[in-house]
Design a protein. Structure first.
Length: 62
């Protein structure tokens, strides 16, 4: 009885750990995707900003 109970507990813990790991992995991937998107947006903002500043500079010079 005790051995059976212990086995079930161990199985439950393994299952729980696996589920937790999967959840962590999913959260990690989501956060990485968000970071990449933010980086991409920032990069575009910088490019657009520089482009517009250069445009303004050119118009100011000429």
């Amino acid at each position: 009885m005790f051995i059976g109970n212990h086995y079930i507990k161990k199985k439950a813990i393994v299952k729980y750990k696996f589920m937790y790991f999967k959840k962590m992995l999913k959260d990690f991937l989501i956060s990485v995707k968000i970071k990449q998107v933010i980086k991409y947006i920032k990069l575009h903002y910088i490019i657009i900003f520089i482009y517009f500043r250069a445009d303004a500079l050119v118009m100011f010079i000429f």
